[in-house]
Design a protein around this ligand. Sequence first.
Ligand code: ATP
Ligand code: MG
Length: 490
Amino acid sequence: MMIDSWAQIGSTIAGLMFTLATLQQFFPHQLRVSLQQFVFASLQRFSFVQKLCDHFVSFFSPYIQITFPEYSGFWSNQAFSAIETYVGALSTTKASLLKGSLIKNSKALVLTRDDLKVSDEFDGVKVWWILDPSPSTSSSEDKYFQLIFHRQHRDLVTGPFLDHVLEQGKAIKARNKQRRLYTNNPSDNWSSYKKNLWSDIAFENPATFQTIAMDPKKKEEIINVLMSFSKAKEYYMKLGKPWKRGYLLYGPPGTGKSTMIAAMANLLNYDIYDLELTTVKNNTELRKLLTETSSKSIIVIEDIDCSLDVTGERKKERSKTNEKDQKSPVNENTSKVTLSGLLNFIDGTWSACGTGRIFVFTTNHINKLDPALIRRGRMDMHIELSYCSFEAFKMLAKNYLDLDSHELFEKIGILFKETEMTPADVAENLMPKREKKDPDSCLESLIEALSDAKEKAKSKTEKEKTTKIKEERGKKFYASLIKKRWLFQA
Ligand SMILES: Nc1ncnc2c1ncn2[C@@H]1O[C@H](COP(=O)(O)OP(=O)(O)OP(=O)(O)O)[C@@H](O)[C@H]1O
Ligand SMILES: [Mg+2]
């Protein structure tokens, strides 16, 4: 509507100028000069007229226009960027002339329209978006979006509609974003002018919860909790708690702890920060690293019992060895991150400086960890990943061999009751050895491996039994010697 008014004003002025220029040849010389001067002066004042018209039109127009510039001072305007993504997605669904570009940190091709004048609708209300200058002019001027809507919808557009646009824009951006895997650099390489505490690469692990073999009910619960956490920003605000969550994944090697972390990142579309604690020299460095992580990310410390002196037993021993340590020369290369430093990292004041973070610790030995580290509230969810059950095997068979059932399943089911095998070992046996899938030979090789494991476990138990019997006999013999006073107890 408003665009039409502008076109009309422009064409009227141009028509007027053209008519005057044509007619002037019939006028006397003096009048011609005056006319030329008038036209020239009018053209010079055109910008002033334009501004005047602008005010005039906007005063009487029933339409309101909001401008979103690309930059706000020196800083890029986040609202512009979210609107650009939102409008880009909006326009590409209808347009037939598109421009494709692969933007940095984006995993997919971004499609945009060349002439960005798009109408949009929200709650039955029509609005218009215009990008100025149009991308097709390839102008170096700062860009800005104009939002045009009718006065009577002011509250709806400036409130819920703009909230919707920003939220959608951010969500589309997050969906298109290529996830990154970060790992901490040793502090000797940190530069004072460049923020290079972390190195990153594209995260391309395809693990998903669908491919993880575990109890389906447990899996569903984990997915539901993760999904509701990722949307619970307001809920945490209401509770007055920092928006973060701690997970402890424990179980024998090869049971899927690292796989689950990748699946979490893929489910939530979060980046992963893999923190190598042994290269962190002290608590201050740990805090610095924490402040350099982004919101909505997963911070992982793998094999926490091996990374740090955080085991319950070692804690008790530490007081005994403290004196000795103080006398011994300080080794600069060993990490001096303390248990309290790590506890502060997870839920101290500094831990709340980013939002939507998930802390994940993994361990093979949960019993060795200090209870303070894994108490509920700090590590909210303890997930045990264990040896492969028959149910988990069926999931792996479906994933690896596309099998729902097979005559050998019964035999395999019995073997799983009699012996233990990690999902990693089961998966290895189910992996077709040749290019062509041959389910029979894969299942047979699994049966062989399970039978071997059963035999080994049996001979191990027998050995343990014999040793125990020998020990018992030895003790009895020793006791009888003392009884007969042939030997005296020390
Ligand atoms: N529960 C599982 N479901 C599907 N695949 C699994 C599972 N557990 C292990 N695997 C397979 O085994 C491989 C090794 O698993 P993963 O690295 O996750 O084990 P982990 O528990 O982290 O072991 P570690 O304690 O040694 O770090 C994975 O690449 C995956 O293919
Ligand atoms: Mg692992």
